[in-house]
Ligand binder design. Structure first.
Ligand code: ING
Length: 310
């Protein structure tokens, strides 16, 4: 009996600075309904899917910064999404900015949740690889202030048994780091879902701009193949708050092949029937970790942060 999970990747076009959460949620509910009409078991929304990607601009006022964060999930504005999911019987992934009070202090994370078909949160992940810079760089066309607005995630990369599969999450920049995938590969992950907000221009390295879409797909295809897992990457795309972001939402098989890809930079659903057993032949041969990995040789990967030249 094969385990087919029908997955929808629901790309969002821009969410402008003055666009409300209510509007963003309404757009996602429309995509969720479309996903259900195509038989989806799960629909994946992008990173920071409730607001414009605010790390792209400098803010100093605490209240203004906090206005982009959710203090509850679900909240009043997001409850309709959870209610619709339960009504339709479809699970979903949602990325958002999380404001938590833990260890006696206010903490801010770039977070994603996995929600089951009954509308219950079954897993939460907090982004570990935060790109960009904590300081204001007014000479740049835009900022990337994730290191200023978010703390490094403190939940690791869990993998949950849900919908008869092993499902994990990562967020945006995490997808560029092999450690993110392998941490879940070592938990026998079968499906990794992630959202991203990726500008077409990277201020510190404009010479990379021409390769933005290539690098986006390269890292997810590599991660999928090397860990024999499905990878679903979902963009918030288009010209948002003055920053033009790539689309390229795609669904990638454990073979490394792209099986579905968005063709616009707006709200767009793509769907694939994902056989959760497709990775088995790799896990039993090429990527049989227990048989072939040599952890005693991998010490540097954990011990050393930055490269040290010979
Ligand atoms: N955004 C970007 C990402 O990793 C970036 C940052 C852009 C890195 C371009 C490299 C090149 O896709 C987030 N939000 O992590």
């Amino acid at each position: 009996m094969s385990r087919i999970l029908t997955v929808g990747a629901a790309q969002l076009g821009p969410i402008q600075r003055d666009e409300s959460r209510v509007s963003a949620v309404a757009r996602m509910i429309a995509l969720m309904r479309q996903a259900k009409s195509h038989g989806c078991d799960l629909v994946v929304f992008p990173e920071a899917a409730l607001t414009a990607f605010f790390p792209h601009w400098w803010m100093e006022d605490e209240d203004e910064i906090d206005s982009y964060f959710e203090t509850a999930m679900p909240s009043n504005e997001t409850a309709p999404l959870f209610e619709e999911a339960a009504k339709l019987g479809i699970g979903f992934h949602l990325g958002y900015a999380e404001l938590a009070h833990e260890d006696g202090r206010k903490r801010r994370f770039n977070t994603a949740v996995l929600v089951d078909k009954s509308g219950k949160i079954i897993g939460k992940y907090r982004k570990i690889h935060l790109p960009g810079h904590p300081d204001h760089k007014p000479e740049n066309a835009f900022q990337n202030l994730e290191k200023r607005y978010f703390e490094t995630g403190n939940l690791g990369w869990p993998v949950w048994r849900a919908m008869d599969a092993n499902i994990g999450m990562m967020i945006c920049n995490d997808r560029r780091w092999p450690e993110s995938y392998r941490s879940m590969g070592l938990q026998d992950v079968e499906l990794i879902v992630l959202g991203y907000n990726t500008p077409k221009h990277n201020p510190p390295a404009p010479q990379h701009d021409r390769l933005g879409n290539f690098h986006n797909q390269l890292v997810m295809q590599a991660g999928a193949y090397q860990n024999a897992t499905w990878v679903v990457g979902v963009a918030k795309a288009g010209l948002e708050a003055g920053v033009d972001q790539i689309g390229g939402t795609c669904i990638i098989a454990p073979t490394g092949e792209v099986v579905a890809q968005a063709v616009t930079e707006g709200d767009e659903l793509i769907v694939a029937l994902c056989d959760m057993d497709l990775g088995k032949s790799y896990k039993n041969s090429t990527f049989n970790f227990a048989r072939h990995r040599e952890p005693q040789a991998y010490g540097l990967i954990v011990e050393r942060k930055g490269a040290v030249a010979p």
